[in-house]
Write a protein that binds this ligand. Structure first.
Ligand code: NAD
Length: 353
């Protein structure tokens, strides 16, 4: 087996922590360097179980700092990059778009530059993988349409605009400088370690604390949900077997209206907490819709299935049940990440609607 040193950015976040764990455990002959700024969304507790493993190093740093990145690339001589670090929450991008431009666009271009300058066009065995979102494709109106890798970009929120921009830069560095890139665009993830500003953990937290569950509009928006461990498996396959210069769409083939996801969580939570049937649903509160809220996202994941043999392995009800169990068993984690600054954000976001 070939030895490699791989930089994973954003590895202390939700998806990144699952990717770091998978790589550190599955590839003991690789050295995995996790670079993360530890924003509100990054938490080293997500990786407690692999701390101290000999093939794992954590580095705290900011991808917006080009000089720091250049020195890091020189120090570790990376063979590959799996880039997940980002500002990732649509609502925050509506409140404060510039943070998204800095991290998602400038940060990505800084990483591309560091790779290009340090690799010096010796691209043998090198790979730059950008992990992106299906939100770059915009919104679907008809239920029989799906996003494919050829769907034109039509980002509609500051978050998706920043991710679309970074995708374009990654492809431009391939076309202009020959950088060996690969990309994937994935649908909504759920699972352990997700920050409770996102729909599923927010709902679990509020039901547990008997607080209102805020639902945008009428909850009619449709999302495709994928268990985060299945996404990490897909990232492993794309990193190792994806074709250079290509993009792979990743999705669960699992579309749900937001309101139906929330009702399912309510049912599961009532059962798990031993509360009377229907008590969680009483907490549902409809709030003013998100500005520019995309109606439907749905992914056609047939390319990754055909070319790399990837399919999701965890059924939604099963993954959701495991996710709820994780949040209920990790009360301290939840309390810690949802205190302080989070409370202030929550107040601005929901309490005046
Ligand atoms: P997250 O917000 O949970 O984690 C992001 C991580 O990036 C955090 O640990 C944070 O500390 C780190 N980070 C932020 N700014 C940084 C900076 N300037 N320098 C270094 N580190 C920084 O996000 P996530 O949900 O795990 O998403 C990870 C990636 O996957 C993102 O690129 C996102 O666009 C993409 N994605 C997410 C989803 C989803 O459903 N969550 C779906 C598809 C794609």
């Amino acid at each position: 087996m070939e030895n490699k040193t791989i930089l994973i950015t954003g590895g202390a976040g939700f998806i990144g922590s699952h990717v770091v764990r998978l790589f550190v455990k599955k590839y003991p002959h690789y050295h995995i360097v996790n670079l993360d700024k530890l924003t509100y969304a990054g938490n080293l507790e997500n990786l407690k179980d692999i701390e101290g493993m000999p093939n794992y190093t954590f580095v705290k740093g900011d991808i917006v700092d080009a000089n720091f990145l250049h020195a890091l690339f020189q120090k570790y001589a990376f063979d590959g990059v799996i880039h997940l670090a980002a500002e990732s929450h649509v609502d925050r991008s509506i409140l404060n778009p510039i943070d998204f431009v800095m991290t998602n666009v400038v940060g990505t271009v800084n990483l591309l530059n560091a790779a290009r300058h340090v690799w010096k066009e010796d691209y043998e065995r090198k790979r730059f993988y950008h992990v992106s979102t299906d939100e770059v494709y915009g919104s679907l109106e008809n239920t029989n349409e799906f996003f494919t890798e050829n769907t034109p970009y039509d980002p509609r929120s500051p978050y998706s605009a920043s991710k679309a921009s970074s995708d374009h830069f990654v492809r431009a560095y391939h076309n202009t400088y020959g950088l060996p890139v690969v990309l994937s665009n994935c649908s909504n993830n759920y699972g352990p370690n997700q920050f409770p500003e996102k729909l599923i953990p927010l709902c679990i937290l509020n039901i547990k604390n008997k607080r209102p569950i805020p639902i945008y509009g009428k909850g009619e928006n449709i999302r495709d949900w994928l268990y985060v461990v299945d996404h990490a498996r897909a990232i492993d396959l794309v990193y190792h077997q994806g074709k250079t210069g290509e993009t792979y769409n990743i999705g669960g083939h699992n579309e749900w209206k937001n309101i139906d996801v929330v009702r399912l969580i309510c049912r599961l939570m009532d059962q798990k907490l031993g509360r009377p049937e229907g008590s969680a649903e009483q907490l549902i509160t409809f709030v003013k819709d998100r500005a520019g809220h995309d109606l439907r996202y749905a992914i056609d994941a047939s390319k990754i299935q055909k070319e790399l043999g990837w399919t999701p392995s965890v059924r939604f009800e099963e993954g959701l049940s495991q996710t709820i169990d994780w949040y209920l068993a990790n009360e301290e984690w939840l309390e810690r990440v949802s205190s302080g600054a989070y409370r202030e954000y929550y107040r601005i976001q929901y309490e005046n609607r």
